[in-house]
Design a protein around this ligand. Structure first.
Ligand SMILES: [Zn+2]
Length: 92
């Protein structure tokens, strides 16, 4: 196991969001990239999203990422996750 960061969220709300984002990326990859398991790019995006959630300064008090004032995602990941959410959101 890698060493944990000092501040790492793992409350029920964050856990749930991690699950949701993983699910959305899975749907997206399966339908768009025709991968049964996640392709490298989607795997990377999922890891990144989970890392951001884990380090979100709002922790269990966080609202929807789309309404957040911080925008902690790097631009290339932000574009990627937006595409995923627009695509997979209606399926959830
Ligand atoms: Zn993919």
């Amino acid at each position: 196991m890698p060493k944990q960061m000092d501040k790492h969220n793992n409350g029920p709300k964050i856990q749930k969001e991690m699950e949701t984002v993983a699910q959305m990326i899975k749907i997206y990859c399966r339908r768009k990239h025709h991968h049964h398991e996640l392709c490298g790019q989607c795997q990377d995006l999922k890891q990144y999203a989970h890392k951001r959630l884990g380090l979100c300064p709002f922790g269990e008090d966080k609202g929807a990422c789309s309404n957040c004032s911080i925008h902690c995602y790097q631009p290339q990941y932000r574009t990627a996750i937006k595409k995923v959410m627009r695509y997979s959101g209606p399926w959830m």
